[in-house]
Every structure is written in structure tokens, then in C-alpha cells.
Design a protein around this ligand. Structure first.
Ligand code: ADP
Ligand code: UVW
Ligand code: MG
Length: 420
């Protein structure tokens, strides 16, 4: 029997793993996730075939590494998962790594590539450290399984120089790799292919404004199938606010917030250095700071429980509206679709309706019944637009970063691993 592929997606609040066959396209065999790592108790979701299961986890899982170990043990001990009875049945583990520096393609992990990626850890300590911890764990515990890393930043390598360059001393910028990288690119790549197929357009003629909005949120302008701008920057902090992130603020603000901005924060370890400024803006801001919850489902409700919840919702709408306007102009008004994706984009009909109402001047219009219903389980892309069909289509896409990695992994496997 051909061996299977395991895809691992360590996000800011969750770890999702999916086992796939190595067919073209790959077929999901089992899917498991732990969410609520930042807001315990953690919740396990497990799906094998049609059987779905959800439970609270009693063990303490405070890091993505703990969550990954728990998930792997849990899946491999399930007698129902006959295709993957042990790690010997796996050929590849695909890892989502948020920051890939200048990498344009996926990379097979060996001593040399791992140490090169470790050199990037300081650029995105909050994201890359956990992902690389899982890579290191897999190398130790699954030595015969090849690890391939896929980068969120790779999709955005097409962003033009004037968009990716910060107006600072260019010698220092080049020496320290200080530029806009952009993230959520594995997701944007899945969404672009799925939406182009849905619209029956060649990818290289497809123009979209795509929102990937979950615990971390970003938006991307895609012109002729390539990213031309995105809201995140050097790190995933820039742009839209998120569950615990401020998004873009005046950079001077943090020095007025605390006089400890440059010191190492308490969550730093000997291997991972996080400044107090990064800690405040990445982990102690966003919805959590405004309302006390990191769950946008408690904020995006018709009658918000407090003024602070309403304010958090209005801030998010305002920032997204600003980007939609800006990207519409950057795309010369030639926009095939405005796409909602990510946990919030896929599930919050209220956010979608509010935003589309605010963007009416661009010709966006929504069908309320289709919007309220949202996409069905098996529906990757759903059209929720209404009207003459003159303005851009309004679409919801159920993104799937694990599938995207497995899809490319099958192609890499076919042409020989390591030649990516
Ligand atoms: N019905 C809902 N309405 C609004 N937001 C929701 C709803 N369900 C889930 N969410 C939001 O989606 C987030 C998870 O999105 P996801 O993209 O999976 O996150 P991650 O950044 O961890 O990958 C949750 O934290 C929650 O805020
Ligand atoms: C890049 C990023 O913010 O990822 P996530 O939304 O999964 O935390
Ligand atoms: Mg995510």
C-alpha cells in the first residue's frame, strides 16, 4: 500500500493535523485538531470518515508542541485508522511554517535547511518557534519520515518592490531582512485555485480581494493570479487586528505604553527571545484586550453583550473596509471576486453582511438567505452575491491549509523530494 502523508498546521490558537493518501489529488483519511490552546480548556475534534467526535481535553496542553504530541498519539492509537497503524505507514510530514524569509518554494528538511530556518526564528519568534519545535520533534520521533516545510510567506514573493520596501535606511533593511513578507499564503494559494476553478477562469487571469480572517487576520490583493499586496508585513503583527494582536498602530505607541518596551518579556526562554513590546502587541492586545474574549463568535452577535464588544466589531469592520477600498483601487477596479475565508470569514454571516453593506459603492451586494446559510460541509466555494452581476462576486471559501500542503507534497514526491 502506498504510504500516507501527514499535514500539520500549527496556528496561533490551534493545531490541526490531517492524514492523506498520496493520490492525485490527495484524499483526507482522518482529521484532528486541538483548539483553545490560548483559552483553556483545550478542545479536541476528531474525524475519521463520516464519524465526527468532539471532547474537552483534561490534560494540560499549553503549547502547540504539546497539542501535536497529543494529537499524534491519539490518532495512531485508533484501530479505526487502518491506513496509518504506525509511523512506518507515513512517507512525508508537511509542516506549515509561517515565516520562510526569501524562500519561494517548499523545502525538504535536513541538517542544513533546518539550521537555515532556525536563523529566521528571531524574525517571527511567536510563530516559527512552535512550528520548528514540531519539525525537530518529528525528526527525533519519526526519523524515517521526510519532513517538508511549506511557508506562509512564499505566495507573496511576487509583491512589487515599492510595496514590499519600508522607507528606512536600505543598508540596514537589506542586512537585517526588513521588508514586507506577508503571511497566510498557503491558504491564499488554496483559495486562488479553488475560486478560479469555481469562476471557470484561468488562474493567471483571476483578480481577487481575499480575506483570511481567523485568530490571526490578513487580506490579500491578487492580480492575474499573483499576490500584489497583503496587509501583514515583516511579521504577522501588521495590518488587521486579531484575537490577541493589535494590528497596525503608530509604531511610537508602544514606547508611550511602557518604558520596558525593549526589555525581554517574561515569556522569553533561552532559545526564544520576545521583547516586552512584541509580547504586548502580539499577545495582550486585539479582542482579548478590548473585551476579555479571544472568540470572535462572542463579539459578532446582533446584540453585543457590552459596548466593548460592539466597539471591537466596529474596529474590525473599519480596518477591513479600509483595505478593501485600497485594494479595489490597486486592482484598477478589475475585481472578479471578494472572498471571505478563515474561521471568522467562513462562519460570521453578520460580519460579511456588515462589510458588504459598507462596500456598496464598489458594486458589492449580498443575497441574505445565501449568506445566512453559509457554505455546506462539502462546499469549498459558495457564491453569496446578489444582483445584476456587474460588481465583483461575493464568495465564501472554506480554506484548507493542510490539503494545500498535501496537494503540493504529492507533486514534489512525483518529481523527487528535495528538488523543490
Ligand atoms: N460563528 C462564528 N462567528 C464568528 N467567529 C467565529 C465563529 N466560529 C469561529 N469563529 C472564530 O474563528 C476563530 C478560529 O479561526 P481559525 O482560522 O481556525 O484560527 P487560527 O488562526 O487558529 O487558524 C476563532 O477563534 C473564533 O474567533
Ligand atoms: C500568520 C498567522 O497569523 O497565522 P494564524 O492566523 O494561523 O495565527
Ligand atoms: Mg490559521
Amino acid at each position: 500500500m502506498p504510504k500516507s502523508i501527514l499535514a500539520v498546521n500549527a496556528g496561533s490558537s490551534s493545531v490541526k493535523i490531517t492524514f492523506y493518501t498520496s493520490e492525485k489529488p490527495p484524499r483526507a483519511i482522518a482529521d484532528a485538531s486541538i483548539s483553545g490552546i490560548t483559552a483553556p480548556p483545550p478542545t479536541l475534534k476528531y474525524q475519521l470518515g463520516d464519524k465526527k467526535h468532539k471532547e474537552e481535553v483534561n490534560e494540560k496542553l499549553t503549547t502547540p508542541q504539546d497539542a501535536f504530541k497529543y494529537l499524534l498519539k491519539r490518532c495512531l492509537s485508533d484501530p479505526g485508522l487502518s491506513e496509518v497503524a504506525s509511523t512506518d505507514d507515513l512517507e512525508y510530514v508537511c509542516h506549515r511554517v509561517v515565516h520562510g524569509g526569501d524562500h519561494r518554494e517548499a523545502v525538504e528538511i535536513n541538517e542544513e535547511t533546518l539550521s537555515q530556518l532556525e536563523g529566521l526564528e528571531d524574525l517571527a519568534p511567536l510563530h516559527n518557534f512552535s512550528a520548528l519545535e514540531i519539525v525537530r520533534l518529528c525528526r527525533k520521533e519519526l526519523p524515517n519520515v521526510k519532513s517538508i516545510t511549506f511557508f506562509d510567506s512564499a505566495f507573496h514573493q511576487t509583491i512589487p518592490e515599492a510595496v514590499r520596501t519600508y522607507p528606512i535606511n536600505q543598508k540596514i533593511a537589506k542586512a537585517n531582512g526588513l521588508r514586507k513578507y506577508g503571511f497566510h499564503g498557503i491558504s491564499y494559494s488554496f483559495i486562488l485555485r479553488s475560486v478560479a476553478q469555481f469562476l471557470n477562469k484561468p488562474i493567471d487571469k483571476t483578480n481577487l480581494i481575499v480575506m483570511h480572517i481567523g485568530s490571526g487576520a490578513s487580506i490579500c490583493a491578487i492580480k492575474n493570479g499573483e499576490s500584489v499586496d497583503t496587509s501583514m508585513g515583516l511579521t504577522p503583527l501588521a495590518g488587521l487586528p486579531g484575537a490577541t494582536r493589535s494590528g497596525s498602530i503608530d509604531p511610537s505607541l508602544v514606547f508611550h505604553y511602557t518604558n520596558q518596551a525593549g526589555t525581554l518579556s517574561q515569556s522569553s526562554t533561552s532559545e526564544m527571545h520576545i521583547s516586552t513590546a512584541e509580547e504586548i502587541l502580539n499577545k495582550q492586545s486585539g479582542w482579548k484586550a478590548l473585551t476579555g474574549t479571544t472568540d470572535f463568535a462572542e463579539i459578532a452577535v446582533p446584540n453585543p453583550p457590552s459596548k466593548a464588544h460592539k466597539l471591537a466589531f466596529d474596529i474590525f469592520v473599519d480596518r477591513i473596509q479600509g483595505y478593501i477600498g485600497s485594494y479595489y483601487v490597486k486592482l484598477d477596479g478589475q475585481v472578479d471576486g471578494v472572498v471571505f475565508a478563515g474561521g471568522i470569514g467562513e462562519k460570521s454571516s453578520l460580519l460579511r453582511r456588515t462589510l458588504v453593506d459598507k462596500c456598496q459603492c464598489l458594486g458589492l451586494a449580498i443575497d441574505n438567505a445565501a449568506n445566512d446559510k453559509g457554505p455546506g460541509d462539502e462546499e469549498t466555494v459558495k457564491d453569496i452575491s446578489k444582483g445584476s452581476g456587474k460588481g465583483p462576486r461575493v464568495l465564501v471559501c472554506q480554506t484548507n491549509e493542510q490539503f494545500e500542503m498535501a496537494y503540493h507534497c504529492v507533486a514534489i514526491g512525483a518529481r523527487g523530494a528535495g528538488k523543490s
